[in-house]
Ligand binder design. Sequence first.
Ligand code: SF4
Ligand code: FE
Length: 480
Amino acid sequence: MKVKTKKDYIASLKDQEVVIYYKGERVGDRTTHPAFVPHINSAAKTYELALQPEHEDLLTATSHITGNKINRFTHIHQSVDDLIKKVQMLRVIAHETASCFQRCVGFDALNSLYITTFEIDEKHGTDYFTRFRNYLEKIQEENFMLVGGMTDPKGDRSKRPSQQVDPDLFTHVVEKRDEGIVIRGAKAHQTGAVNSHEIMIVPTQNMMEGDEEYAVAAAIPLSAKGVTMIFGRQTNEERKLECGIDAGNSEFGMVGGEALVVFDDVFVPWERVFMCGEIDFTGVLVERFATLHRQNYGGCKGGVSDIVIGASALAAQYQGTLNASHIKDKLVEMLHLAETVYAGSVACSAMGSKTKSGAYYPDPLLANCTKQNITRFIYEISRLAHDIGGGILATLPFDTDLKHPEIGKYVEKYLKGVEGVSTETRIKVLRLLENMTGGTALIESMHGAGSPQSQRVMYQRLGKLGEKMKMAKKVAKADE
Ligand code: SF4
Ligand code: FE
């Protein structure tokens, strides 16, 4: 593997020249920019933990192509066990970062394309699968981090891609040449984009006749000419620049760090193109990518919730309320919700099955159910954390007040909780809770891997309501 350690990962990002804008300014070295460092640290855990013997089983796998040991984030699931290990791995990493480590999206893009390119070739006689395997082998050997580029800006959502006034609001092919294609458009809300090596673009929705130029999947190095990344502002974004206690989780940040990735006539050689015009496979590709990402959420958010629960219990302990029966009950409820989301991820993995390509795929209905629960339960866990933590979560003075030569003593004295725990320790835990349970972190739980409505559409499609009506009719002996 070319990129093995955190050091290699950072060096590889430094080597790649990319165009990133942060707050209106072009970023020089992305690896030292304070707005990106937490996200880099978080993603680096996917490299670091893979090298630790106790995590090797979860974070590495054997390539079915080369037989070499690879990072699991570049692996194609070869069994139900692989699907379950993915979820276990995500929970373990979340325990270290308490934040999004971003690398799963590219992982899911790889698996969904592996399955789908096989089927496109079967129907259309194309050679996307061979191309894709060659590309995959390279990614496994290099151990690169990919962004999974699905979400298009979409403009007027009542209109199809080809009906938009501005044709670029969905990413599309503007030119086909002998050596490759030219892409124009953008992918929005791209988690981990600014600290990845490549982006794998896939269609954002099912395409219909007339939308052929929008049915495109391709791998693009983020250093390609014409790619510009514009970093999104998070809630409390400037806290990252302070780097102190007020940042809440200064080492790993809040969520993934999202960017708008613009493709201004980007050339992509054919060997990196894995769909080009096959509208009949866009819907299934979108569904697979979504299912594979929704599978994850009980793993990573389950792990993140474990930290929220731990921090809530510490906050209660530091203010002397841990043994109050209502606090214990709220903590039990939080534990129940966290294990429920994890159970969903494990269940959809355990009920996974083999596809024609040989790759394994989670149960789509259960994966959607997992993500739907996330859109509610993380809010409920956060609500309970706010309840337990108290109003102080919203009114804490600045870190600089605590450290102030004159007024520091007042903050120290009046924000003290139980004996034996310093005010600073108490504030650290409260700031972590504030960071993890508000703003961007919650919105990510709602809309990451697709908005709640997209899961409900899957319930309508896969929920077998008709069969359930028949079953009920039979038991009720309700002859019509
Ligand atoms: Fe991975 Fe979770 Fe972040 Fe998605 S939200 S990239 S599944 S850590
Ligand atoms: Fe996400």
